[in-house]
Design a protein around this ligand. Structure first.
Ligand SMILES: Cc1ncc(COP(=O)(O)O)c(C=O)c1O
Length: 397
């Protein structure tokens, strides 16, 4: 029985949620109607809590590519990349991603989580050091832990603190791996990558940037925050996912290091799982082409993000530090977070409810995410729903 004791705190947390009238912070999508609309418990819902930044999940060309690939190549590869699971499409996508990022090589993984797990656990070993932003995603922490290397955290988005941590390592700093994200998934803030890259290269350390939330979103051509900051040449490894702006599932690492190809063969999370199915690869390739050829989607996304950010701010909500496709409404009282989240659902708006300890600074968050697929009318409806709830719950929000 003792093995189950560790789940007691979880059971208590779930009971607390249920007592607060929140059965589960997950909802079930009965039907998904478009990139921005679904039916939940029989009720039409505007989706404002996905990572579907460019709205490509319902793009007709992506859907057609996926259907054609399934018809021609089957529903799954049923094997690992290093056995029967490498099809021509996997290699073509790797080449297209390498061209997009101007990198010598790319490895495609089965998810973004697995990309971090595989790359980080393989790049370092016991005796090596990771220096990572404290707010990094769980997949980064898990990859670092699996490697057996030491993990040193620096204060979120604080290049000065990174500098202090690296200098303390002395000569070892030259072999350290510094890891940051582009746009952070919880507060929607952007890494000060020019400063971070300058500090990292001044110590000779390696820089890894997870552009999960910034691919297709930031930079003049959508390559991410490193492109926007003009420091791509200082980034050793770009990690990313297909599950956000590319609208599918999968992950990748791009690099100019010649050893990248060798890393495949030492990379257990790459070798010991099945490769992405042909339909996933086909729709991802089409979505990448759309990122390259339709910059207007990025403009539309940022227009929507600025519009919602301004509206929520003028309603009096405390938000993440800057307008971004991820807009975090920060609430110090859990009760307020529950009440507003439920109120939003009742008004036909779905956002993510994120609770401590998964949140920075211990606040509850209503994490909104904006899509190029949202119409101005939908953005206004989301804003109206928040504004109405703020009025009705004025005390203690
Ligand atoms: C920064 C970051 N990296 C990696 C991942 C994992 O990506 P995936 O969901 O595609 O496995 C996420 C997912 O939210 C993320 O936010």
């Amino acid at each position: 029985m003792a093995i189950f004791d560790k789940f007691k705190p979880l059971a208590e947390a779930r009971e607390f949620l249920a007592r607060s009238g929140v059965e589960s912070i997950h909802v079930t999508m009965d039907k998904v109607v478009s990139a921005t609309e679904a039916v939940v418990a029989g009720q039409p819902m505007i989706l404002a809590g996905t990572n579907n930044y460019l709205g490509l999940t319902f793009n007709p060309d992506c859907i057609e590519a996926a259907c054609r690939a399934a018809r021609e190549l089957g529903t799954g590869t049923t094997g690992s990349r290093v056995a029967n699971g490498t099809y021509a499409g996997h290699l073509t996508l790797e080449k297209e991603l390498a061209d997009f990022f101007n990198r010598r090589g790319v490895i495609v993984f089965s998810t973004g989580y697995v990309a971090n797990l595989g790359m980080l656990s393989t790049l370092a070993a016991a005796g090596d050091v990771f220096v990572i932003d404290a707010d990094c995603h769980a997949s980064i922490y898990d990859g670092c832990r699996l490697s057996g290397a030491d993990i040193i955290r620096f204060r979120h988005n604080d290049a000065q603190n990174l500098d202090t941590r690296l200098r303390r390592l002395g000569e070892k700093a030259a072999d350290a791996l510094v890891i940051v994200e582009g746009i952070y998934s919880m507060l929607g803030d952007t890494a000060p990558l020019a400063d971070i890259a300058a500090v990292t290269s001044s110590c000779g350390a390696y820089l890894v940037v997870d552009e999960a939330h910034s691919l297709g979103v930031s930079g003049p051509t959508g390559r991410g925050v490193a492109e926007a900051a003009g420091v791509e040449d200082k980034v050793d490894f770009i990690i990313g996912t297909f599950s956000k702006s590319l609208g599918s599932i999968g992950g990748f690492c791009a690099s100019n290091h010649a050893e990248l190809d060798l890393i495949r063969y030492a990379n257990r999370p790459y070798m010991f799982t099945a490769s992405p199915s042909p339909s996933i690869i086909a729709s991802t390739r089409k979505a990448l082409e759309i990122i390259r050829t339709q910059p207007q989607l990025r403009d539309r996304l940022w227009d929507n993000a600025r519009r919602l950010y301004a509206r929520l701010r003028s309603s009096g909500y405390e938000l993440g530090p800057e307008p971004s496709p991820v807009i975090a409404v920060r609430l110090t009282r859990l009760e307020s977070a529950f009440a507003i989240w439920k109120g939003l659902l009742a008004r036909g708006v779905y956002v993510n409810l994120v609770l401590p300890p998964a949140t920075p600074e211990g606040n509850a968050l209503l994490r909104c995410s904006v899509s190029a697929g949202h119409t101005s009318d939908q953005i206004d409806k989301i804003g109206d729903a928040f504004a109405g709830l703020r009025e009705s719950l004025k005390t203690g929000v």
